[in-house]
Write a protein that binds this ligand. Structure first.
Ligand code: 6GU
Length: 242
């Protein structure tokens, strides 16, 4: 998977991708990240990339020309062009999964300033937001796209690590514990140290249901649940999630 990130702040991107799992994914050739400095693609003097909006109004607007030049410098017939914007479709785990599975080159344009010239949208496949709030720029959002897609690419992290992720199967993940077994009287549930795998599986599935019921009931989709899941949900309803 190749990512091309078009940004006014290449250092922000380079700093994040030079650490941890993303760094390792690059070293293992699972992904390639190309960082394109938008200022290198303008034909205006003083590396200008933004200007006032026609019609009046506050704030600077990203100009169409440098953005389109940057896209055209790296686009091939297999590229998907994403624009970061609070007006976009909300990024979700299922979108990350689709991109990880189907795409080979993702171009991400980091929006900035008050907005972007509307004509940029003609060169974009998908406008994406990371949530209902406004950021100063698209760099954090672009890193979120790269990160959430990369960890789903084969060989980046162990498969088992994301099969049970929150949002897989529309449930949050179950609680997990590590040593010590007793922390100030708070004990690790005994079943987890029992070695009884069927009981552990049951405990974990109930943990997923309980977490989702208590923290994100909006995610619970009855159609996706088994009969025993539904039975346990009834228990949760009767005990108010305890
Ligand atoms: Cl992708 N960009 C900006 N600038 N603000 C946002 C966003 C993106 N997603 C939510 N807010």
């Amino acid at each position: 998977m190749k990512f091309s990130i078009i940004t006014l702040f290449p250092n922000l991107i380079n700093s994040y991708i030079s650490e941890s799992i993303i760094k390792r994914a690059i070293e293992k050739n699972k992904i390639e990240i190309e960082v394109l400095d938008l200022r290198n693609f303008t034909n205006y003097s003083h590396n200008q990339v933004d200007d006032y909006q026609f019609g009046g109004g506050k704030g600077m607007v990203l100009m169409v020309e440098p953005v389109v030049n940057a896209i055209e410098s790296c686009k091939t017939k297999n590229s998907k062009v994403i624009l970061t914007s609070p007006q976009g479709k909300t990024w979700k785990q299922n979108l990350a999964r689709e991109f990880a599975k189907n795409e080979e080159h993702i171009i991400i344009i980091c929006g900035h300033y008050e907005g972007f010239d509307e004509r940029i949208l003609d060169y974009v496949d998908l406008e994406v937001s990371i949530g209902d709030y406004v950021l100063t720029g698209g760099e954090l959002a672009s890193l979120i796209f790269v990160d959430s897609i990369t960890r789903l690419i084969d060989g980046v992290i162990a498969k088992e690590s994301h099969q049970n992720d929150s949002f897989e199967n529309d449930l949050l993940d179950h609680p997990v514990y590590t040593k010590p077994i007793d922390f100030r009287g708070k004990k690790v549930p005994e079943v987890l140290t029992s070695g009884h795998h069927a009981n552990i599986d049951k405990f974990r599935q109930e943990g997923r249901l309980k977490n989702t019921y208590n923290k994100r009931p909006d995610l619970l989709k009855i159609d996706n649940l088994s009969v025993s899941d539904l039975d346990y949900l009834e228990v949760l309803k009767n005990t108010k999630g305890e």
